[in-house]
Design a protein around this ligand. Structure first.
Ligand code: DGJ
Length: 713
């Protein structure tokens, strides 16, 4: 086992007591340094400085992890009330250690210690060299006599001193997730936070982009992209001070969450991940995609299954016969799996609508008389896999679970309950409830080992905010709920490491990188209108790779063709939520061929480099391409949304190819009988031509789409 070793080669000493700590990736440099006062400062964050001596010329900078109660007038990273009631803390550098668990990864931990109070703060930085991503978190502990109370406990604090700051947030609502909105930051605070408890997002996603000095485009400009791995209340505070300097404080939302730590206990914050690109947002996204697939996502390097889901095809109205018929549809489409959604459980209160039955995880006898086993077997016989929907953290008041265990439910003892989607949230701070939630998956997997996939839903934020279990520690509820969830997911991962799972939360409520340690993909939005999905997928793609974006072809937006809808969905983990009766024969043939194309292109789309070529925000068209890691295979998706009459259309320059190689560009995903302007066999171009002159991708057709496969010859 590797232990931390004091690494003097990684630190320079200024005189007797000035230590310099360099945390770097191939392109990014973060320099921390101690001052004459023994405190730790952030001297630099930006392009990696390669001349060691230059580091000596850097200014001291701003205190790296500012504590409350001292001389700073702006937002602190940490604020504690000590046992004696004193609300101040001054931290001094004690030491730092560096280890290299693998050639590509460096882990640095800097230890700070209170000058008057025995509080220890450890700042952790894991730097991924190739991917240019830094993961950072904080541990807080103490040896005071009684618990200390923290009312701020950030994962990270970063400082910038630039001429201007342009923030992009990704906000919206249910079915309008991740709409990119840009705003300049001026004096004062801009806070992006949520208080939903059981999810990070409904109104705002836990990630942001921050451009410095000038707006960043896809290919030009300095931009930092940051995201928090926490499936609950989060907060990013951007504060510009009186000198025009910006601090970015990221972590759990401390709102209503004062947290006590006992002597000897360690509080570990969630991880904050960031990348810094000097060549625009596209590179920042590719950095995060690579890092996530290599280090963070469950089965990040593995394959993903195509599927047919029954939700929009049947909603709650199904029986065995209908499901078997849909399984046949899945076989005809050529997908890998059939996914049974909500509505299969509950007997005293059958789950025939979202008003009842949630919590009673036994098959409804008159709907599925032969149980789930019959369905897994039927799927097996048809040569496809079987997946199942669950929503294990939630309960309908009208359920046997609620009748039996009202004490397992988050709700106020002295007020009437109010519901979000007719349901309440189970109290995952309670270990008994954690056991019960783990048991739902474990029992199903034990009874039906052929279940090959779960869709794990979570439709309600925490309402009626009171934990019967926590009693007088209610301010721990938001933090301990999420930790309880992770305990359960950790156990599932340990026992079923290869079980793929999709995380859903009434659409894209749970879209953060800590959750993705336990899930192979997430459901980005309940909105599957392909036009909206172009924007939604564009938004998520800033931070997440195509591999985790579940994208289903449905009947939303009947004005769009099945081709348009499928072409959009092929830019993620492709699935269908539609029945063949909703299509004509030509559509069916098209979909079958598209699934075949997708299977061939999966390594490019899911594991390649993504280049966003034309933004849907900029006009009436959009285009994105994916290039396989070897640069010899690519696929380009182009969409005309609502072109204007006689608008000017220019060729689109491609990216990521090898200039000196020859490629064949061939249109695929054509409707039966349709012809391409590239001809039946495609056309031959050099990479140089494709990247400098480009291709005419757009047309004047409304809701028109084109998919072009590009193969090196
Ligand atoms: C909300 C999800 O987002 C839908 O896809 C579906 O699974 C329903 N829940 C089922 O209740």
């Amino acid at each position: 086992m590797l232990t931390y070793a004091l690494c003097m080669s990684c630190s320079l000493l200024f005189g007797a007591e000035h230590t310099v700590i360099e945390i770097s990736t191939n392109n990014i440099g973060l320099v921390l340094r101690t001052g004459n006062d023994g405190r730790l400062y952030q001297s630099y964050l930006g392009k990696k400085l390669t001349h060691k001596d230059d580091i000596l010329h850097l200014p001291l900078g701003t205190e790296a992890y500012i504590t409350g109660g001292m001389e700073d007038y702006f937002e602190p990273a940490l604020s504690v009330v000590n046992t004696d009631g004193n609300p101040s803390l001054l931290l001094k550098y004690i030491g730092h250690e560096v280890k290299k668990p693998e050639a590509n990864v460096t882990e640095t931990v800097v230890t700070l210690q209170g000058d008057k109070y025995p509080v220890t703060v450890k700042l952790y930085y894991t730097a991924y060299q190739k991917e240019n991503v830094i993961k950072t978190w904080t541990e807080i502990s103490h040896r005071e006599k009684k618990p200390i109370v923290m009312n701020r406990y950030a994962s990270s604090m970063l400082h910038f001193n630039k001429s201007s700051y342009l923030l992009t947030e990704f906000s919206g609502d249910w079915a309008t997730e991740v709409r990119a909105k840009e705003q300049p930051l001026a004096f004062g605070k801009k806070i992006i936070d949520t208080k939903l408890g059981a999810r990070a997002n409904m109104h705002c996603s836990p990630f942001f982009e921050l451009a410095f000095d000038a707006p960043a485009t896809e290919t030009v400009g300095e931009v930092l992209v940051g995201t928090l791995g926490w499936t609950g209340n989060f907060r990013f505070t951007f504060e510009v001070d009186n000198n025009g300097a910006l601090r970015v404080v990221s972590g759990i939302n401390p709102w209503a969450s004062d947290y006590d730590i006992k002597a000897g206990e360690t509080f570990r914050t969630p991880d904050f991940y960031f990348t810094y690109s000097f060549t625009g947002k596209g590179q920042a996204s590719r950095n995060l995609h690579d890092w996530a697939r290599n280090y963070q996502i469950k089965n990040g390097k593995g394959d993903r299954m195509t599927l047919l889901n029954n939700w929009e095809a049947t909603y709650f109205n199904f029986n065995e016969e209908k499901l078997l018929h849909l399984m046949d549809n899945a076989v005809e489409l050529g997908v890998d799996m059939f996914l049974l959604d909500d509505g299969w459980f509950g007997n005293k209160y059958p789950r025939s609508s979202d008003r009842q039955g949630l919590g009673d995880w036994k098959e409804t006898a008159d709907k599925l008389p032969h149980g789930i086993g019959y369905l897994t077997e039927a799927a097996h016989k048809k040569g496809i896999k079987f997946g199942l929907w669950i929503e294990p953290e939630m309960v309908n008041p009208k359920s046997e679970l609620y009748e039996k265990h009202p004490d397992w439910v988050i709700h106020m003892p002295n007020r009437e309950e109010y519901y979000f989607r007719n349901q309440l949230v189970l109290d995952l701070t309670n270990p008994q409830v954690q056991e019960y939630v783990f048991g739902i998956v474990d029992r199903l997997m034990t009874q039906y080992p052929d279940i090959a996939y779960f869709k794990w839903d979570c439709n309600s934020p925490i309402t009626n905010i009171y934990s019967p279990y926590l009693k007088d520690k209610q301010s721990h509820l938001y933090v301990d709920f999420v930790r309880g969830l992770y305990n359960v997911l950790e156990r599932i991962n340990a026992k079923y490491p290869n079980l793929p799972m999709m995380l859903c939360s009434g659409g894209g409520g749970r879209t953060d990188y800590e959750a993705l340690k336990y899930f192979t993909e997430f459901w980005p939005s309940d909105n599957t209108d392909p036009i909206e999905r172009l924007f939604i997928q564009w938004g998520y793609s800033q931070v997440f790779p195509a591999k985790v974006l579940s994208a289903h072809v449905t009947t939303w937006n009947s004005k769009s063709s099945i081709k348009f809808r499928t072409d959009v969905a092929m830019m993620g983990r492709l699935g269908f939520d539609i029945k063949l009766e909703d299509m004509n024969k030509g559509d069916e043939a098209y979909c079958r061929a598209a699934v075949e194309n997708y299977n061939r292109l999966k390594p490019v789309i899911l594991d390649g480099d993504m280049y966003r070529l034309v933004s849907p925000y900029e006009g009436n068209h959009t285009a994105t391409m994916y290039v396989g890691k070897a640069g010899d295979h690519a696929v380009l998706f182009a969409f005309d949304i609502h072109p204007r009459y006689a608008e000017k259309s220019l060729p689109v320059c491609l990216q990521g190819l090898k200039p000196d190689k020859m490629y064949r560009a061939k249109e695929i995903n054509l409707m039966p009988g349709a012809r391409s302007s590239l001809g039946a066999d495609g056309k031959r171009y050099s990479g140089e031509f494709l990247m400098n002159v480009g291709l005419n991708l757009f047309t004047t057709g409304q809701l028109n789409s084109r998919v072009i496969e590009i193969t090196e010859e």
